[in-house]
Design a protein around this ligand. Sequence first.
Ligand code: FES
Ligand SMILES: [Fe+2]
Length: 363
Amino acid sequence: MDEARRLTTPAVRDAWYAIDVSEALVAPSSWTVGRARRAPASYRLFGVPLVAWRTPDGVVRVLTDRCPHRNVPLSKGRIEGDTVRCFYHGWVFDGGGVCQAIPGLEGDPDRLPRRAQAWTVVEQQGMIWVWGIPGEDPGPARRPPRFHEADDPAYLTVRTRLQAPGTLHQVLENALDVPHTAFLHGGLFRNDDARRPVTCTITRWADRAECRFEGERPPTGLAARLLGVGDGALYHADRFLMPSITEVEYRLGEGSHLLLRGACTPVDDDHTDVIACVSIRSPLPRAMVRTVVEPIARRIFAQDAVVLTAQKACIDETGRPRFASTEIDVLGGPILRLLRDAAEGREPDPSDLPSTRTVTMWL
Ligand code: FES
Ligand SMILES: [Fe+2]
C-alpha cells in the first residue's frame, strides 16, 4: 500500500489534514500500568488506517496501521518508549517506520521491505496535522494552516474532535449552510420568524470561497447570546479555505468576536472527521462562556449528525446525489467546484477569478 486509496468523492491529497486534538494523545508515563495506557491510537485518512502515538519526548508519530511482516494492525500492539511493537511476532518500529527489532532474529533487523510506512506530522495550536501523502521525503515545504485567534489570550479557545457521517463535501457544506440553521437548529442560532432580507455576497478565489452577509440582525438564539449583549454593527462571513477548512465569523461591535472553525478530514468515502476549533472573545465572564459553549456545540453537532446520517442513507437508497439548489444555497456549489478542479488537476482560469455574485436571502 504505497499510496493512499482514492476516494470517489473529490478531495485533495497534497495538503495537511487534522486528525485529532493534542490532548487525545498522551505519552505513556512510567507510573501508568496496564495495556490501555500503552495502546496506540488509530485513525483513518483517505480510507487508509493510521496508527499514532506520542513518544516520551512528546513527539507524535504516525505510521500506516499495517505491520509489514504479516499485515496485522500495529494499533493493536503497544507503545514502548519511542517505538511501537506489533502484537503478533513482536517486531518493533520507530516513528520513521524503521524496524528496530525482530525477536529471535540475529543481526540487523532493518531492511527496506521490513519498514512500515511513515506519515509526516506537525502538531501546532493544540491540533495534530498529517500530510496527506505518506512517506514524502523531505516532506512538505508549507506548514499546516494557523488560526490566529487560537494563540490570542484575549480569546477563549476550545477544541474537540467530532466524527461525522457523510462525504467531505457534504460535511463542508453543512458547516457553512445558513438556510438550515433556523429549521434544524431552531432556537439555537436563529428562529424561523421575523425574517428580513440580507444581502449575501459570494466570492470565489482559486483557493477559497466566502459569503459575506449584510443587513442581518444579530442572531437571537441561545448560541448567539454567547457573543454577549451590546450594540454595534454585526459582521458575519462564512468561508471555505481549500481544501478542508470551514470558518464562520461573527463580530458584534468592538467587544464580541466568534470564530467557529472546522478542519475537515476525509476518513473514507462515507465519513469525515471535524477537528473543531472555536475561539470566542465575549464581554461575558469566561467561566460562563466555557460552561455553556461545549454543551451547545455538542447539541448543534448532534443535530447535524442526524441529518447527515439521514442524507447519506437516502442517497444510498435512491442513487447518486442530485441536488436541486437555489441561489441561497450559497457555498455548496463553489466548494464542490474548487474541490473537483483541484482533485482533477484543473488550474482555475485566472480571467474568471475572483468571481462574485450577490443574492438576497431572507434571514
Ligand atoms: S505481523 Fe507484525 S510482527 Fe509479525
Ligand atoms: Fe448545522
